[in-house]
Design a protein around this ligand. Structure first.
Ligand code: TRP
Ligand code: ZN
Length: 387
């Protein structure tokens, strides 16, 4: 978007051996998270450039904000998994580690041959790499934010199915959890149908779940292959809300990513709302009842549109965020709201969108002036009463 004398990539904890820009050895500095590259010639606006970074080392996860959980590449030296949201991609590859800079990814992972590998997208080849090792190649053909890139390595059982819609479903579970996982993820195809009806076509080439052999206490919506902690998988079939939540992120968060991290409620509020959609569609409580029950816990403290950099994933972002979307549906009416969600993905899918983009789209569909509505529901200190 502008001429550059120098440019920066994010990379933390790994050593850079060399950088080439358009094939030419190029000076660089690497301090902390900043890799500053200083090409001989100015990089001109709008001209594509190839940059190769030669780097290596043993990745360690990164501390972001006040979250005690560190993000990025985790390994015990044998198994590995990646959970990067919001800024952990820099722990394992150099990138402009922000959702505005999406890319297509190809992963070439060489591991001892008794280990399995899954990554975003589809497996294209598996080749003997000699010395008891195997190289697994995955390609993700849709644009993806860096924080959603993931590789999982472990003693994995692979399950390959096709959804009624024709979508390939590709999952991988630690061997001892395979039966429990089959039960806990059994509703995925039904959820896909419900969400495609509400949100528009599923945005990617495949979907599935990978269970890390690690007590994580959470799940993360890595693009095309959501990751779950082993503790979530019990075989009791009680995690539908989480399964629905991560699936919904494929539309809201992954296809349409937040323009800034302050817009994180566009991910988490929408995914929370989608939990309510699935509850209603599967014979549980109605969306309105879910909204009422959530509203009753109105001790959120902070507005969803301004959680601050230290606590991006605090409850208000999820719950008051979900309430804001529900309130918007009431404000603009069912007809406009039914068009809003698929149009949001159609218009902004493959890129990013902001809270203002949502306001303008909702205004376009309803003809209403929604500035006051967003001020109250997204940015207001007090949780407004439910409409
Ligand atoms: N986006 C995740 C969810 O709500 C939560 C999350 C944010 C997370 N950052 C994370 C999970 C880092 C694991 C690691 O589904
Ligand atoms: Zn979420």
């Amino acid at each position: 978007t502008q001429d550059l004398d120098t440019f920066n990539l994010d990379l933390e904890g790994l050593a850079v051996e060399g950088v080439a820009v358009e094939g030419a050895d190029t000076p660089f500095q690497h301090e902390g998270r900043e890799l500053t590259i200083d090409p001989d010639a100015v990089l001109a606006t709008g001209v594509e450039t190839t940059v190769v970074v030669d780097y290596g080392g043993s990745p360690t996860p990164i501390q972001v904000g006040t979250d005690v959980f560190r993000v990025g590449w985790h390994t015990d030296g044998r198994d590995a998994y990646v959970v990067s949201e919001p800024a952990g991609a820099a722990s394992w590859f150099p990138a402009n580690d922000h959702p505005v800079d999406k890319a297509r990814f190809r992963f070439e992972v060489t591991v001892p041959s008794d280990l399995g590998v899954i990554a975003n997208g589809l497996r294209t080849t598996t080749e003997d790499a000699g010395a008891g090792r195997t190289t697994h190649v995955y390609e993700a053909s849709d644009l993806m934010a860096t924080y959603l890139a993931s590789v999982v390595i472990g003693d994995l059982v692979f399950v390959e199915e096709t959804a009624p819609t024709g979508l390939p479903l590709r999952s991988a579970y630690p061997r001892r959890l395979a039966d429990a996982a089959a039960t806990d993820f059994a509703d995925t195809a039904a959820m896909l149908e419900v969400f495609e009806r509400r949100f528009g076509p599923y945005p990617f080439e495949t979907y599935g779940h990978v269970v890390a052999d690690e007590v994580l206490g959470f799940a993360l919506e890595n693009q095309t292959v959501s990751i779950f902690g082993s503790d979530l998988v019990t075989g009791r079939g009680t995690i539908d809300a989480i399964v629905a939540h991560e699936l919904a992120h494929q539309w809201f968060g992954n296809a349409v990513s937040p323009a800034t991290w302050m817009d994180i409620w566009l991910n988490e509020g929408f995914a929370t709302y989608a939990e309510w959609v699935w509850a209603e569609a599967s014979g549980g409580r109605s969306i309105a009842e879910s909204a009422r029950a959530t509203h009753a816990r109105s001790d959120f403290g902070v507005p969803p549109g301004d959680p601050g950099p230290e606590e991006l994933f605090q409850a208000t972002v999820y719950l008051r965020g979900g309430l804001a979307l529900y309130a918007l549906s009431q404000e603009i009416g069912d007809e406009a709201f039914a068009r809003l969600l698929p149009l949001w993905v159609e218009r902004f899918g493959g890129g990013t969108a902001s809270t203002d983009d949502l306001r303008m789209l909702a205004e376009e569909l309803s003809g209403a002036d929604l500035a006051g509505f967003f001020d109250e529901w997204v940015y207001g200190a007090e949780l407004p009463p439910l409409p």
